[in-house]
Design a protein. Structure first.
Length: 177
């Protein structure tokens, strides 16, 4: 069993329902699952003229037996179920699921890079992850725990910690549960 940390995001449609849909799907492959608080923040864009709806973001801890490729396939299946369309980078999306880490596995293939290559630049990933598991180790090339990476993060985007909660099997899935 490996522990994966997975980022969830949505900025189209019923954003909270999409995040909950992802959590419900991930429960099916997990022996244990925990959820961070939900944060809201502006969408990152490639061009200053792009104005997109705000994102809801969360991070989940998933204990799974799936290997990296099977986990990626499963996450992409959940995105398709949520009618995600891959138009262009940074485009609005109904559901975005990114595998941040899977145990201490490091890899770089055409399909997957672990740890996620831009996690250090994304406060909207690091803050909820920190709330959930601040001492989680991020393997090479990062070689640091989440709290250290968050402290060094140059992304100063405003994030609002929402009162919305994601549920796990009928219970609130906040940090420490």
């Amino acid at each position: 069993m490996e522990i994966a940390f997975i980022a969830l995001g949505s900025n189209l449609g019923n954003r909270l329902a999409r995040l909950q849909q992802a959590v419900d799907g991930l429960q099916k492959i997990s022996g244990h699952l925990r959820c961070s608080p939900v944060y809201e923040g502006a969408a990152h864009t490639l061009y200053p003229e792009d104005v997109f709806p705000d994102f809801l973001n969360a991070v989940v801890e998933v204990h799974t037996r799936l290997g990296k490729n099977d986990l990626l396939d499963y996450c992409q299946k959940l995105e398709r179920k949520a009618k995600r369309q891959r138009q262009r980078p940074y485009a609005p999306r109904t559901l975005d699921i990114d595998i941040l880490t899977l145990g201490r596995i490091t890899c770089s293939t055409d399909r997957i890079i672990l740890p996620h290559p831009r996690l250090q630049e994304r406060r909207f990933v690091l803050q909820p992850w920190h709330d959930l598991a601040p001492n989680s180790y991020i393997p090479s090339p990062v070689n640091a725990i989440v709290s250290e990476v968050l402290a060094r993060c140059k992304d100063q985007a405003d994030l609002i910690k929402s009162s919305w909660k994601l549920t796990i099997e009928g219970r609130v899935g906040g940090a420490g549960r």
